[in-house]
Design a protein around this ligand. Structure first.
Ligand SMILES: C[S@@+](CC[C@H](N)C(=O)[O-])C[C@H]1O[C@@H](n2cnc3c(N)ncnc32)[C@H](O)[C@@H]1O
Length: 308
């Protein structure tokens, strides 16, 4: 996917905040039901960050920083509930144009002014330091950056995991990448993502994490909360459990953490063709009423159907 040269097209979402469309990845950056709402509900509320921020310190990892909305929602919440909390934030992002465009086009002006200043510094200098904050934005392919982050011993209380959807960005949903990310999670930590794709959930499980559903803003399906310790996780529905027994659950693989997206997609397709798992179409017939078959495929407003 390097170098990125495609357009980043601004578009308003239903809550009045702006998102972008990436022609490189063929996807919107956020739910079109509300970009700010997604950051608040799917990432900050789903991890109960307001409670975690009562601690004297908090370490956050923002995988796929993008416009910085998830970071902004987190920092706004933390400073509101506990201004004394010492925050260590690490963020990973491939395309420096994205956070810069968010700042230059005033897409971040709905966040508190003090937080906007942090985002502006991150977008330009890759760092923001305050008495309460040590924040670093690491540029480049997250598959490489995560390795040095893991080797540095960084351990997160909370990980926001927000790549484009698995079909559009398979390189960030592989077992091998997610294993590296999971190594940066504290034993008591929480990872959250908007996706409930079976391939993603299987990858989290193969990386040693327990998973549960979690409310995701502006979507018809839940997101996923993943933890080393299963305590406090809501159980998966029977429908979701059975989804993990279908070919949709064949995970993406990238042994060297360097394969091209197309190679990773094709490798999975071949494995699916010879898989002894139930074809996903049969699961769909059981769980999705005929008139509503795969309702997410065409009408889903932003990212691809998680059912494939
Ligand atoms: C869905 S957007 C993230 C939105 C973001 N969390 C926000 O709040 O605005 C996905 C982001 O992943 C980035 N990305 C894509 N491939 C990447 C890679 N290999 N490494 C790091 N970032 C990547 C894209 O540039 C994009 O900014």
């Amino acid at each position: 996917m390097l170098p990125l040269s495609g357009a980043l097209v601004p578009e308003p979402t239903a809550d009045g905040s702006m998102t972008l469309f990436s022609t490189d990845f063929g996807e919107w950056f956020h739910s079109r039901e509300g970009a700010y709402a997604e950051a608040i509900t799917t990432y900050v509320e789903a991890t109960d960050l307001a409670t975690l921020a009562q601690a004297p310190t908090l370490a956050l990892l923002d995988v796929c920083y993008g416009l910085g909305y998830n970071t902004a929602a987190a920092l706004s919440t933390i400073t509101q509930v506990n201004p004394h909390c010492q925050v260590h934030l690490m963020a990973l992002e491939l395309d420096p144009r994205v956070p810069r465009q968010a700042v230059d086009a005033n897409l971040i002006n709905g966040w508190p002014t003090a937080i906007q200043t942090c985002l502006a510094e991150l977008a330009t200098a890759g760092q923001a330091h305050r008495p309460w904050l040590q924040a670093t934005l690491l540029w480049g392919d997250a598959r490489q950056r995560i390795q040095s982050l893991e080797q540095s011993g960084f351990q997160a209380d909370v990980i926001f995991f927000d790549p484009f959807s698995p079909p559009h960005c398979p390189e960030l949903w592989t077992v091998e990448f997610i294993q590296q990310v999971a190594r940066c999670l504290k034993p008591s930590g929480k990872l959250v993502t908007y996706s409930c794709a079976a391939a993603a959930r299987t990858a989290f499980q193969l990386a040693g994490l327990s998973i549960g559903p979690v409310k995701a803003a502006g979507r018809r399906w839940p997101g996923t909360l993943a933890q080393i310790n299963s305590e406090g996780l809501a159980p998966l529905s029977l429908q979701a459990q059975e989804h993990l027994l279908t070919r949709a659950a064949v995970p993406y693989r990238d042994l060297t953490l360097a394969d091209r997206a197309e190679t990773i997609r094709q490798r999975r397709q071949q494995e699916q063709m010879t898989s002894p798992l139930e074809p996903t179409s049969r699961w769909r017939q059981r769980w999705l009423p005929p008139q509503k078959k795969d309702p997410l495929a065409k009408t889903e407003p932003i990212r691809s159907s998680p059912l494939s």
